[in-house]
Design a protein around this ligand. Sequence first.
Ligand code: BES
Ligand code: MN
Ligand code: ZN
Length: 500
Amino acid sequence: MKIAFSEISVPATGTLIVGILAEGELTATAQAVDERMSGALSKAVSASVRFSGKKNTTLLINAPAGLDLARVLLIGLGAPKDIDKLQMQALGGSVVGGLNKMGETVASLALDAPDGCPLSPEDMAAEVAFGARLAGYRFDKYRTKQKEEDKPTLETLTIMSGDSGAAEAAAAPRQRVGDGVYLTRDLVSEPSNVKYPAAIVEDIKGLSAVGIEVELLDEARMGELGMGALLGVGQGSRRDSYIAIMRWNGAADKNEQPVAFVGKGVTFDTGGISIKPSGGMEEMKYDMAGAGCVIGLMKALAGRKARANVIGVVGLVENMPDGNAQRPGDVVTTMSGQTIEVINTDAEGRLVLSDALWYTQKTFKPKFMVDLATLTGAIIVALGTYQAGLFSNNDELAERLTAAGKASGEELWRLPLGARYDKDINSDIADMKNVGKGREAGSITAAQLLERFVADTPWAHLDIAGMAWMKRGDDPIVPKGASGFGVRLLDRLVADYYES
Ligand code: BES
Ligand code: MN
Ligand code: ZN
């Protein structure tokens, strides 16, 4: 699907989409079309009992003979003063979804910025384009026999606005964020026989094309650094483990202290010797979604040339049962020197992150670290698939993340940390154990372990187990499957608080 920009006109083909304001008030383009349709449009609006221009409602009108257009799709904008960015993204997404359902190939959307609308016309256009792009994502590379009727039809969506040059310019950085979301969704959608750690490393190396510096730690180097926890998780796999470091130096001052994002990249999680039940185990291909987000985020930030110094670190391992796999009860020594008793080999994400977080903070001394991980099933029990869990040792960082979540539509809900939860991971024979007390507070005790690998850096942990993969498909800009969760959120965080 191509997204194009033009000035406002009544196009000659396909579907024309026009906004209708609250109380059925026609926008300027709607009025122009109404005249060409001898009043059929305004008649349809007043005749409809369900459609009154309320936000997110639609009404489809077939264009009468004499007009070249096939049909006009009316879309409710609500009251101009309430129009916001997320609404415009959802509008772009719903339009793409709806047009594909009706089998349309070309469509144009007229955005007359109404009086009193807080968004500039070019921002409206940019957000619609962003939503359209996010909604247009497909992962069809492994389908060789797709039926015609199952393929998306929409070829071109033209977004018409007062100043198409300004709209296109405003849309460009959002489209680069879209590129990042697409990369994350691709990486997370790919099966684990294709995207094992070394394969993801190759994709990461490809980011040097957009100006990202890449550095790798292989198993030998991680051994020298003493990363026994990360290496222990990977030791049952035939695939080599890696840490990959991506660096984007976009700040005016190249020596400015960076911000850092750290991702759990378990390319498949069988559970190891504490093996998972087979029903649903295929879902564990997305256990690298934290890393996938960090990789897509780096691409987004570099793509839009964010004026910030940013480090991305991903721990890439496969958790397999094998003759060489670690056993329940094994004790591993982390890079920090602290020891962990591995009670359950399925609580592996925290082991990977313990070394990745320690390494990141010691090596880069960042302003803050945010890690993302599909860490616990318990966070899905707590928050479902609507918000990710947020844990932090720093109120300012937590508040900024929460605000960026609201602004981006990728929302976070903060859960507590504290000494009483922390003591639940004390071990009888090592510094700590990798699980708490049974099922109690499972997401919190996991976060407590991570916190033990944060010295004095502001840090936040996002448990995205419920958000990385969407079974619902009811969000117009997040198709079913890999969501790309976190890219839009963290791009917003950087844009709103950390750019020079
Ligand atoms: N990768 C899983 C968590 C997960 C569950 C992610 C469902 C996405 C969807 C993680 O490694 C895991 O296995 N966690 C265990 C921890 C337990 C053994 C303490 C869990 O949540 O059951
Ligand atoms: Mn696990
Ligand atoms: Zn896992």
